[in-house]
Write a protein that binds this ligand. Sequence first.
Ligand code: ATP
Ligand code: MG
Ligand code: ZN
Length: 248
Amino acid sequence: MADLAEIQFLAKRKKEIIDNCPECHGRDLGCACYKSYRVELRKMDSGMPRKFWNYQLPDPKTVSLDRLRVVLGKLQAYTIDLKANLENGVGLFMYGPSGTGKSALACSILCKYFELGATGTFQEFERYITTSLHSREDYRIYDEIKTDLHEVPILVLDNIGYEGVQSIKWMAATIATNFEALLRHRSNFLKPTIITTSHEDLKFFAQAYGECVLSLLTEKNVLLNMTGLPDFRKENGCAQKKTTIKSK
Ligand SMILES: Nc1ncnc2c1ncn2[C@@H]1O[C@H](COP(=O)(O)OP(=O)(O)OP(=O)(O)O)[C@@H](O)[C@H]1O
Ligand SMILES: [Mg+2]
Ligand SMILES: [Zn+2]
């Protein structure tokens, strides 16, 4: 659900994009400005964190870090034919240490799908888990979120593996079952899923959710290892170095 800050942000963007459009000054519904504004609306509808709304996938040529250039090169290759990825269910599996930019980059890819005209959902995995565990008490809650996550054309599942309830047996079993059902359905219907995680050892996923989940996670997705990149939170925070991700 949109909060006040999001509504204000959108109103500002509408003014900038549509009302001040040099082509139509907001008068032509068929103008490209309306298309651009629809992308902004999709960002809000998707549940994408607002801090990432303005991130764009950086051009690998513009970055100085070798490791980052390699990662961005792979992402750029993934974006060359997003339409084919959308039709064939090819997603991304981004893994690596905290602060290396996984969520930011996942959002920049989601935006590219929005520009293509697709809709999508950004879901923090921990919240998905909480909701699916609630479903033991009220199935309707789970049904609602399930319908969206199973069917949405593009799904970002952010930060999997940190829900921290693996030690409780029935919870771990419910999570594994629901997660497998979600991945299986999306795989069967060729719907891409973009996953981010800080677990660098893929064996973790087999242990936590079962071999089948690991198999589904890696089935078609492009694997992107972010290990070796710095923690940009520290870099940006302490040294005040300017980021390599450009704002609009
Ligand atoms: N390539 C980059 N250059 C500079 N800053 C970046 C870059 N990528 C991301 N950032 C910044 O670093 C911060 C951390 O990025 P992000 O939240 O995407 O990391 P993460 O890998 O998802 O971390 P976590 O595993 O903790 O969720 C963001 O606030 C973003 O502003
Ligand atoms: Mg993250
Ligand atoms: Zn216009």
